[in-house]
Design a protein around this ligand. Sequence first.
Ligand code: UDP
Ligand code: MG
Length: 306
Amino acid sequence: MIDISIIVPFYNESDSLDEFFSNIMPILKRLKLSFEILCINDGSKDDTLERLMLKKKKFPQLKIINFSRNFGKDAAITAGIDFAEGSCAIPIDCDLQDPPDLIVSMVQRWKEGFDMVLAKRSDRSEDSSFKRLTADMFYKVYNILSDTELPENVGDFRLMDRKVIDALRTFPERKRFMKGLFAFTGFKTTVIEYKRPARSKGSSKWSYCKLWNYAIDGIISFSIFPLRISIYLGMLVTFLAFSRGLWIFFRTAFYGVEVPGYASTTVTLLLLGGVQLMSLGVIGEYIGRIYNESKKRPIYIVRDII
Ligand code: UDP
Ligand code: MG
């Protein structure tokens, strides 16, 4: 029986790989617990896989799960959770932005009886102010719209007990917004704070465009409120149109026919057209997702396990 499964996604991380292992290995060994390190090679195009295989010669605790192509970080973590044999698991980035020494206090909390130990970024001064502002807005909007509370500034870096792992394995959905799924499971949770450092080597794989899509995916996976907005908008517009109709009726009755301008007509038409298109778009988003889920394609494909 293994105590800890460390889950590490690797996507073109040839540069940061050495530093990661030289940092985490002494920390894990000092814990005096048995562990495995699940390295998920998420279709790297550089020599990440070769370097991982070299590392495995040095550290037998490594298990390399090699994807057939790039499936994204959420798929990589899902694979880690599927393959984990430990009594607890910790997903961690390999760029040292999730400081490995935090694992010690996580394990301590776990031994105290917590099922989930979250690592929360106490300050994000390393991020640009634009990124902080948009992240802030995302959490606000998400938590208003969704039923499950998403803790702010908490990433995938966390410790979860076997109970949580087993619960996560029962989630059949393809589109995996891991943060949301983690929060959905509930369990006895505690938080430890840390200051998130800048990336050690290489560059982030996230562009603003990717982050925007990620935010939309996250909200749509966990809330049907956007669908409801069209009902309320429809109700409001109907009410306004009805009141205006009444007003025109009485005005005509008392003052006779007046030749009206085109402006009000075109504005109303455009507004209604816009509202309808927007609502259609929202409905389309959900239908697209139903379509994708209904295909039941695998979340990831493993080429080989080394
Ligand atoms: N990653 C991955 N697949 C991807 C993109 C990223 O496995 O398609 C891994 C990457 O190798 C790293 C972690 O996810 O270990 C976090 O990536 P990154 O540092 O780019 O994200 P950020 O820290 O900016 O959120
Ligand atoms: Mg990073």
